[in-house]
Design a protein around this ligand. Structure first.
Ligand code: KIV
Length: 279
């Protein structure tokens, strides 16, 4: 690792770690430059999630994300933000095989995007990978509970923590991620009471999604949160806007005006009289 993350003026992974038990940490996903610019003043952390494969690229699952895709979107989000801690997801296939593979992929993401941290899915089974990345000086966010990269294996988006055995496994995963050196952990799709207990049990911040208001922070997929998602919207999402209607209405009005030749109007064309060369 040639970069010194402590030289960044942004919120860093250590700042996030220190927020355990304090004012809830505000997180959203972001994948593009303009959205990062809009969100940066309002959030503590932006995750360039591998959900980008579904949300922006139309894949059926997050397995459609590649290392190149994550790096390109990570670079765009870095360009569009100045303050937030930027975390980039490690896509499936880039880290599971070995600690060496994980460290190499994380190194590429970290160096080529300039992000503050990477995130990967898995608890006990990914301890060696997390430790290898942390040993390279790259902060890691864990991700336990419902793990979207495993939905095909799990037979769908299944809530975790409904049985005693499952709850015990979640606690083992949370402890493992913390002991491996992660600075925080996403807890996704678990029973509310279990997420609250997990949060009290570990000393790193928990970031909940479909989890509990008692988590140390919350995250949602940006397109879900603003009502842009055109396919399935999970139950745990609250839509704070209805951009589907805004975009559909604008497209319908534009189409009508093009067909009736009302657009472009006098304000949107160039004439010799206007005397301006710039658009
Ligand atoms: O990829 C993603 O958007 C995520 C969040 C749902 C936590 O991992």
């Amino acid at each position: 690792m040639t970069r010194d993350p402590s030289a960044d003026s942004r919120i860093g992974a250590e700042d996030i770690r220190r927020r355990k038990g304090g004012v809830p940490i505000v997180c959203l996903t972001a994948y593009t430059y303009p959205v990062a610019r809009l969100l940066d003043p309002h959030v503590d952390l932006l995750l360039v999630g591998d959900s980008v494969a579904m949300v922006l690229h139309g894949h059926a699952t997050t397995l459609g994300a590649s290392l190149e895709m994550m790096i390109a979107h990570g670079q765009a989000v870095m360009r569009g933000s100045a303050k937030a801690c930027i975390v980039v997801d490690m896509p499936a296939g880039s880290y599971e095989d070995s600690p060496a593979q994980a460290a190499k992929s994380a190194g590429r993401i970290f160096e080529e995007t300039g992000c503050q941290a990477v995130k990967l899915e898995g608890g006990v089974s990914m301890v060696a990978q997390i430790a290898a990345i942390v040993a390279e000086g790259i902060p890691v966010m864990g991700h336990i509970g419902l793990q979207p990269q495993s939905v095909e294996k799990d037979g769908g988006y299944k809530i975790k923590g409904r049985t005693e055995e499952n709850i015990a496994a979640l606690f083992r995963d949370a402890e493992a991620v913390e002991e491996a050196g992660a600075f925080s952990v996403v807890i996704e799709g678990t029973m509310e009471a279990v997420a609250a207990k997990l949060t009290r049990h570990i000393s790193i911040p928990s970031i909940g999604i479909g989890a509990s208001a008692d988590c140390d922070g919350q995250i949602l997929v940006i397109d879900d949160m603003v009502g842009m998602t055109v396919d399935r919207v999970p139950k745990f999402v609250k839509e704070y806007a209805d951009l589907r209607s805004v975009v559909a209405d604008a497209a319908a009005r534009y189409a009508a005006e093009v067909r009736s030749r009302a657009f472009p109007g006098p304000d949107h064309v160039f004439t010799m009289a206007s005397g301006k060369d710039e658009t």
